[in-house]
Design a protein around this ligand. Structure first.
Ligand SMILES: Nc1ncnc2c1ncn2[C@@H]1O[C@H](COP(=O)(O)OP(=O)(O)OP(=O)(O)O)[C@@H](O)[C@H]1O
Length: 303
């Protein structure tokens, strides 16, 4: 069982601050690292894996610094987002090369064992450039696990993977977490993280924005002010009804409907049909007008 701790860790590249004063603890089980593109997820993982020095602060694994500590590589496996560039190797040769690099006592046996774990024994004799995206991900995971590390870090492992293979990969990560490994995967998709992670860490613009189980993160994201576009049988009459609701902060009447600013997304969406019905009005359309993940994250950061 292993625990990774970041203590006020920052990393900058010239003027760009990729990771800004982040403190968090990642323990056994599956944790999701959620954040929009450019949030600093890759940089965080590279620091956790001992591939990048923090510019300030500390990253430790079970109390020992990971940077400049070769022991780290025995305990951590990293599955990078970038594609495999050795398409001419077979899956087996690729995993075996990693087993050899780790200097394992019996690299052949370790290779076969881990190919079975990721369910890639049968296609292991084929070249990597003939694999589907999901198969390439599984081989990358096998390569990262061949030395049996207690920590597995995966950068956007589900990107571009079809839904069936995604389920397969999720099962695999769940199993690895249940075995007591510390599994951290990054994603910019809340639903993906919710389905798999017991615990979620949210990063935005290099900062640690939130932390908790998916219920807590989901609540943070729904209990926030949002803008809705509403079209109804009588927009002016509906505007008068809505402005009387405590959860509605502002209503403006435009040529193609209402723009409604609400204090909390959950109660407005639940209440609207009833309020309209009570006044013999029909709602034709209700759509959030700023539902981008970036706006959700911006709210989390500004809290
Ligand atoms: N080697 C580098 N040199 C300069 N800037 C960098 C470097 N690596 C990362 N950055 C910058 O740091 C910020 C965070 O990048 P990072 O790749 O860690 O984010 P991310 O959350 O993984 O995003 P993505 O999902 O798009 O990869 C970005 O602004 C990026 O441009």
């Amino acid at each position: 069982m292993s625990t990774l701790v970041l203590d006020k860790a920052s990393r900058w590249f010239g003027n760009v601050v990729a990771v800004n004063d982040v403190s968090l603890t990642i323990g056994p089980g599956v944790t999701g690292l959620l954040g929009p593109n450019g949030a600093g997820k890759t940089t965080l993982m590279a620091m956790m894996a001992g591939f990048l020095a923090p510019s300030s602060g500390h990253v430790t694994l079970d109390g020992r610094p990971v940077w400049r500590n070769t022991d780290t590589y025995r305990h951590v496996g990293l599955v990078p987002e970038r594609e495999l560039s050795f398409g001419y190797l077979t899956g087996r040769q690729f995993v075996r090369a990693n087993a050899d690099l780790h200097g394992l006592a019996d690299p052949g046996a370790a290779t076969e064992r881990i190919l079975a774990v990721v369910d890639m024994v049968e296609p292991a004799g084929r070249r990597l450039d003939t694999y589907s995206k999901g198969m390439r991900q599984r081989v990358k995971i096998a390569a990262a696990l061949v030395h049996d590390p207690s920590v597995l870090l995966l950068d956007e492992p589900f990107n571009g993977v079809d839904p069936r293979q995604r389920m397969h990969l999720m099962d695999l990560l769940r199993r690895l977490g249940d075995e007591g490994r510390t599994v951290l995967f990054s994603s910019h998709i809340l639903e993906e993280v919710e389905r798999l992670a017991r615990h979620i860490e949210v990063v935005v613009s290099g900062r640690h924005a939130a932390s908790g189980d998916f219920g807590a993160i989901r609540r943070l994201m729904t209990d926030r002010p949002v803008q809705y576009a509403v079209r109804s049988s009588d927009d002016r009459a509906l505007a008068a009804v809505l402005i009387a609701q405590p959860s509605v902060q502002a209503v403006s009447l435009g040529s193609d409907g209402l723009d409604v600013q609400v204090a909390d997304l959950g109660s407005f969406a639940v209440g609207l049909p009833g309020w309209a019905r009570d006044h013999d009005l029909s709602v034709y359309e209700l759509s959030p007008s700023d539902e981008s993940l970036e706006s959700v994250f911006a709210y989390l950061v500004a809290r």
